[in-house]
Design a protein around this ligand. Structure first.
Ligand SMILES: [Zn+2]
Length: 461
């Protein structure tokens, strides 16, 4: 038996804030109360610190195969960087290969993940080819494998995209089995048209990546996805929403009392498309969907407070600068994605809580609790409560630091936030009762991270 007593901290959850001590035995929170007097192997004085649940980033791509190469963070480096930034659990995406089974993709992903992670991880299953064989695998994915969310792509025709007929079929089956359907909502055909048009006109810089995916491609598809989900009754979730138009489509869906869960990502709240104007430098932020406008940032912050946006993730998918250069002469060949998992919690606190855009409790809700609830991990994950996993961040709300590729822990040789000033730092990070990060140094080994089997999701959280 091992034990930790966290004394004198300000405990923050999604529902409230109080001064309380937290006593941890082995992997679980054992007792919460004032002036706890238990003997413990380790006593941490959290005076002046905030104690909140370990973050959950439900959108990362570690060691992801892409164009003959891989995203540059593997399960070891990616989950280690996540822990440094207070994220104790990540959910990665298994990508089915069209023509093959879901299980063959899962086996392939497990070869790269199992035994390699420092932090806890779970999987979404990306269904890229829905047919009678894959339909028969859905139930086992949920019941046997603990993979209860199914990702779909309305983009990347010929590789990942499914058509609306397959979408409806998948939604029917996932609803019957108690899962959730998530989507990269965009109009893939419109984008294909615009990419081809820009290339034929010799418009090849990263700016045209942005101009090939206008807001309407996302708002149209978000509305269509919500309609199909409404028709089938499945629980729907839109990943990485970026813009006002798409959010308005979901606001409309609420008028018929439909619940459509929405995730945005940290970068869409604080970065904008002006970054694409600096020639190839803009490749650092080439991702899909692209960064948008200032008015979209305002809409998304408002959406968090309106309860229309429930989750802030990252879509962490880093590539080294040399990998980005594959698209130096053609924006359509730039690998999509950027390094982000390490900075999500601190940026959201600094830009959101410190700047009075969201409350401390909303911060906990959208960085941890809601993801745990929506993806079937609550109350094991996503809160600090008696019996929950002791996944806890002890956070200094005043410490200032500067983000840089020279100090971050992600395996990427550039930062999307070089020189960005942040207020607030994760000082101690505890994962299942073990100190994982202590004042910048790592205390757990590769292999400590566990695969988390998830349960059914719910339409109400
Ligand atoms: Zn993604």
């Amino acid at each position: 038996m091992s034990s930790i007593l966290i004394k004198n901290g300000t405990l923050a959850t999604a529902t409230g804030t109080c001064l309380a001590d937290v006593y941890i035995v082995d992997e679980k929170v054992n007792t919460i109360g004032q002036n706890l007097q238990m003997q413990a192997d380790l006593v941490i004085d959290a005076t002046g610190k905030i104690v909140f649940p370990g973050g959950i980033d439900p959108h990362v791509h570690l060691d992801m195969p892409f164009m003959g190469t891989y995203s540059s963070d593997n399960y070891e480096t990616g989950t280690r960087a996540a822990l440094h930034g207070g994220t104790t659990t990540v959910i990665d995406f298994v990508l089915q290969t069209q023509g093959k089974s879901l299980y063959s993709a899962l086996e392939e992903w497990r070869k790269r993940s199992d035994g390699n992670a420092l932090g806890d991880y779970a999987f979404h299953m990306a269904v890229t080819d829905f047919n009678d064989q894959t339909k028969a695998e859905i139930k086992d994915m949920i019941v046997k494998e603990g993979i209860s969310s199914f990702k779909t792509f309305m983009a990347y025709k010929g590789a990942l995209m499914i058509d609306d007929r397959q979408m409806i079929g998948l939604m029917n089956e996932v609803k019957a089995q108690g899962g959730i359907v998530t989507v990269h909502a965009t109009n893939g055909d419109m984008i294909d048209f615009l990419v081809a048009k820009h290339r034929s006109e010799g418009k090849l810089s990263p700016l045209y990546h942005y101009l090939s995916q206008p807001e309407i491609t996302e708002s149209e598809a978000s509305a269509r996805f919500a309609d199909m989900a409404f028709y089938t009754g499945v629980t729907p979730y839109i990943v990485h929403m970026t813009c006002e138009g798409a959010l308005n489509a979901i606001r409309n869906a609420t008028f018929r009392n439909q619940k459509v869960f929405v995730e945005t990502c940290m970068q869409y709240l604080i970065l904008d498309a002006s970054l694409y104007e600096n020639d190839f430098e803009g490749a650092k932020w080439v991702m899909s969907p692209p960064l948008r406008e200032k008015k979209d940032q305002e809409a998304l912050w408002a959406g968090l407070n309106q309860g229309l946006v429930q989750v802030v993730g990252t879509d962490h998918c880093p590539f080294m600068w040399d990998q980005k250069k594959m698209g130096e002469k053609d924006f359509s060949k730039i690998p999509n994605g950027h390094p982000a998992v390490e900075h999500r919690m601190e940026l959201l606190f600094s830009e959101g809580v410190k700047k009075n855009k969201i409350s401390l409790n909303k911060f906990v809700e959208v960085s941890s609790t809601n993801a745990a609830k929506i993806f079937g991990m609550f109350p094991r994950k996503g809160t600090i409560a008696v019996g929950s996993d002791a996944d806890i961040v002890i956070f200094d709300p005043e410490e200032k630091h500067t983000l840089s590729a020279s100090t971050h822990h992600m395996n990427c040789d550039y930062s999307g936030y070089e020189g960005w000033e942040v207020t607030g730092k994760c000082k101690t990070v505890i994962l299942r009762g073990q100190v994982a990060i202590d004042n910048g140094s790592v205390k757990v080994n590769k292999g400590y991270g566990s695969f988390i089997k998830r349960g059914e999701s719910s339409l109400v959280i």
